[in-house]
Design a protein around this ligand. Sequence first.
Ligand code: NAG
Ligand code: NAG
Length: 449
Amino acid sequence: MQEIKINSLIVFAFAFASVLPILKGNIIPDSNEEYWVKRAAEAWNRTLEAYEPYPEKIISHLNVNAHRTLKETGLNLGLNGTRRQLSKGYNGPCKATNPIDQCWRCNPNWANNRFRLADCVLGFGYKTRGGKGGRIYVVTDNSDKDLLNPKPGTLRHAVIQKEPLWITFNKNMVIKLEQELMVASDKTIDARGFKVHIAHGAGITLHMVSNIIIHGLRIHDIKPKSGGMIRDSMDHFGQRTKSDGDGISLFGASNIWIDHVSMTNCADGLIDAIMGSTAMTISNSHFTDHNEAMLFGANEKHTQDMKMQITVAFNHFGKRMVQRMPRCRFGYIHVVNNDYTHWNMYAIGGSSHPTIISQGNRYIASSTQKFAKQVTKREKSPESEWKQWTWRSEGDIFKRGAYFVESGEAKWYSKHPEVFDKIKAAPAELVSEITKFAGALGCKIGEPC
Ligand SMILES: *[C@@H]1O[C@H](CO)[C@@H](O)[C@H](O)[C@H]1NC(C)=O
Ligand SMILES: *[C@@H]1O[C@H](CO)[C@@H](O)[C@H](O)[C@H]1NC(C)=O
């Protein structure tokens, strides 16, 4: 999580003077505050624009497509195949087990048509196109030495450009970020074809930006950083406060899709979305070794998070996970066809009356934490209050004593037949297949991925 930094003019002017020689005269010294006020107004407009008044339509669209894929691949015939097998051990022909993957993965020419990926997103992030139609920018240099005038060829130089860009890599690399990576709007970071790690340094920040795809990164061991002067766009830089060590931090961000990312062991959250962040899908990702995984909404005073709509689909929450998968305030969260194989405290939590629709997930409680069987956790409200919140479980399966405490209107299902009667989620019995390839893929150029 970040806070908006309001500089004292003196501190800012001093810092500005020290970097003046390398600027090109495009920054007004005291413009930082004014700049972010304007950016905040634009971001809020985008949040309002992205809001779906009938979220159940987005839910059923995803579920219909998940069923279609199972039918087309014949997977629905093989129910009961619930043992989790690592995709690493899989040597068979390309197999796409959910509709997002089916849209692109098994085409051997995926690398010649990378934009195709942008047509594959489902869920609340469904309008995200990232850098589709823009130039391809190839990152060739893993260094991150200059935060104000990043070197061409580096990831930092790519993400601050104003135009839409589809960002790829020319080799395997580990990028250790000196400070948070401030990504500008209309970008795709596409690591397919190489092993690209964002590790041992700062994380990725999506601050009041929109239309961003993050695909195939391995994000781990992210550390807090002191902050300082950071360029966030070709025509702006400013002072940033300390970053907490989140893997991906969203602040007033909209139309965001995070797909096939592997995330492990970050100092703060893995993915935190706050301050009206919305229209987001997190899919096909693999999460391990982490305490507080996903925070959606950070404060009960941030009522702009009532507009938050997020889909969490086809992910694997794996080894040594503890809590917040996700933890929600306000907002409408669809959690569908995920495999929860470890949690030491709880899986899904919330406060400030979020709506949580859990469908077709597999929840396996820990065999060692005998007081952590409950999937759900309500915080900061007495039962008389949380009884009103809409938290529903449909078609989920529960193992080792796991259980989901539902709340809200008992008739909620019949009020939304489009979700619960006509179109159910893909069966939870198939979740280990649906999520079999979660995490960063080992795609080879010229072969099905
Ligand atoms: C936000 O939207 C309103 C109404 O459409 C418009 O008048 C205003 O100029 C917009 N503000 C920004 C900063 O884009
Ligand atoms: C799945 O398992 C259930 C219970 O063990 C059994 O009744 C059912 O026939 C099995 N289905 C298939 C397709 O094997």
